[in-house]
Write a protein that binds this ligand. Structure first.
Ligand SMILES: Cc1ncc(COP(=O)(O)O)c(C=O)c1O
Length: 455
């Protein structure tokens, strides 16, 4: 079956456009400082934009829409390494051929956004691919949602409907589930819901503590047991980021998850996994696959690197008609890109212990370790990486020092972001296209910046 408009002439022109765009974008492939005039113009524009949205920006960053691989060009004339990728979505790197292809494929179609009433084959194909990729689990359905937060809202509604009237949720300290009316209550940081009425009853247990693996497993298990006994029959689900992102990259062991999940299951709780940030970034497509937890999961939310968001759920959690719907599935270009990204990653050599994700994790850990034990001794604190989720502490990990470090790092040519609280960590969500020559340059910039900031 062919979709959209197609003719030999049109397809040839699209191929030509693809090559021309890729050739032009490939020119933006090396770090470059800003220039004075464009910096002033950018500052003025961002000032105006800040006024429009009611709040300024963390970085003087405005994209020109040009960049290639790990490089992004800013309107101030600078080119920087992008190691945060829009906080996760840009997993392949700027102007990746598949991104260009997705846009051009979508341009042959007759609409921009697609939704639930009038579906497209592309939304079916992505759903089918996602469900096929979790065949060892009991996840059988996929429902699109407009954002990671809304995917979590949708998951919560499905769980609640099945568990009515057991509405309480058990989540993890330092969790981030989004900022919707529902998810802000699951998100651990109370400052993110200042002045908000409480909508959901959430109890928290500690996530894994790398400093004390055995003790921490016992502690989390004990806390879970205590809650389940105290509030018998009142909990609907255990909600977990297998790899916590906003918390500063926190991951447990398989044993940690298995013990908690066994106990939660024994008390009738659904296992709800938030993979909005971890999707495609561990050594498998899903973090629950990385830790071989397929048999446990009942419902999983995804977003970011998939380019669209949604929920995978079991037969049992399929809700009654009317509970979930909505206008949008997403932009057609994003749906096409999601499909291409999954195929590229699962058919290429990205996952598994010898895959690219594992290789890059090793590179980041080795290079951070070299700095922490060498020129930046006592200036880099704890560092951690699970696949393409990387975090490290600089100096005392105070909010001020990390903000200063990130801004200096930006000036020196790297865009990154923070994660965690007390201590705050520097976070990278790097793209898969990084090569050794990029890593060499990145780590020389990181080293220089640490020495500038921590002294
Ligand atoms: C684990 C996790 N869940 C949910 C969300 C919310 O996703 P969104 O910002 O698309 O609403 C995020 C966003 O950072 C996240 O990291």
């Amino acid at each position: 079956m062919s979709y959209g408009v197609n003719s030999e002439n049109l397809n040839r022109k699209i191929d030509e456009a693809f090559s021309a765009i890729l050739i032009e974008q490939s020119k933006f492939d090396a770090v470059k400082p800003p220039n004075e005039n464009d910096s002033k113009e950018t500052a003025a524009l961002l000032e105006k934009y800040g006024q429009l949205r009611g709040r300024g920006f963390f970085y003087p960053y405005l994209s020109t829409g040009r960049g290639h691989g790990p490089f992004t060009e800013c309107t101030d004339g600078s080119i920087k390494y992008d190691l945060i990728g829009g906080i996760g979505p840009n997993i392949l790197g700027h102007s990746h051929p598949l991104y260009i292809k997705s846009h051009l494929e979508a341009a042959k179609l007759d609409s921009i956004m697609c939704g639930n009433l009038q579906p497209y084959p592309q939304t079916f194909e992505l759903s089918e691919l996602l469900i096929n990729s979790v065949s060892k689990s009991k996840l059988k359905h996929f429902w699109y949602a407009g954002s990671g937060s809304f995917a979590n809202d949708t998951a919560l509604k499905m769980i609640w409907q099945k568990k009515d009237p057991a509405y309480k949720i058990i989540a993890f300290e330092h969790a981030f589930a989004g900022r919707s009316v529902a998810t802000q209550d699951i998100t651990y940081n109370a400052a993110y819901r200042e002045g908000m009425p409480k909508n959901i009853e959430v109890d928290y247990i500690p996530h894994f503590d790398f400093k004390n693996p055995e003790e921490s497993t016992k502690n989390s298990l004990g806390r879970l047991k205590e809650l389940l006994e105290k509030n018998k029959g009142q909990y609907a689900a255990l909600m977990i980021e297998i790899v916590q992102g906003e918390a500063g990259i926190v991951a447990g062991t398989r044993d940690f998850y298995v013990q908690l999940f066994d106990l939660a299951k024994a008390h009738g709780l659904y296992i709800w996994i938030d993979e909005v940030q971890s999707f495609a970034r561990t050594h498998q497509l899903f973090a629950f696959q990385h830790f071989e937890l397929d048999e446990y999961v009942d419902i999983v939310s995804v977003g970011k690197a998939l380019q669209v968001c949604g929920v995978l759920f079991s037969e049992e959690l399929n809700p009654k008609p009317g509970l979930v719907s909505g206008t949008f599935n997403g932009a057609l270009s994003a749906v096409i890109a999601g499909h291409m990204i999954i195929r590229y990653l699962t058919e290429g050599n990205f996952f598994g212990s010898n895959g690219r994700n594992a290789h890059l994790e090793k590179e980041f850990v080795t290079r951070l370790s070299k700095l922490a034990n060498g020129s930046c001794k006592e200036k880099i604190g704890h560092f951690e990486a699970t696949g393409l989720m990387v975090a490290f502490q600089v100096g005392d990990g105070s909010k001020d020092i990390i903000a200063t470090f990130l801004k200096k790092l930006f000036e020196n040519g790297i865009v990154a972001f923070s994660a965690g609280k007390d201590p705050v960590r520097v976070r990278f969500l790097p793209p898969l296209c990084l090569e050794d020559k990029h890593l060499d340059e990145i780590f020389s910039i990181v080293e220089k910046t640490i020495l500038e900031v921590v002294g």
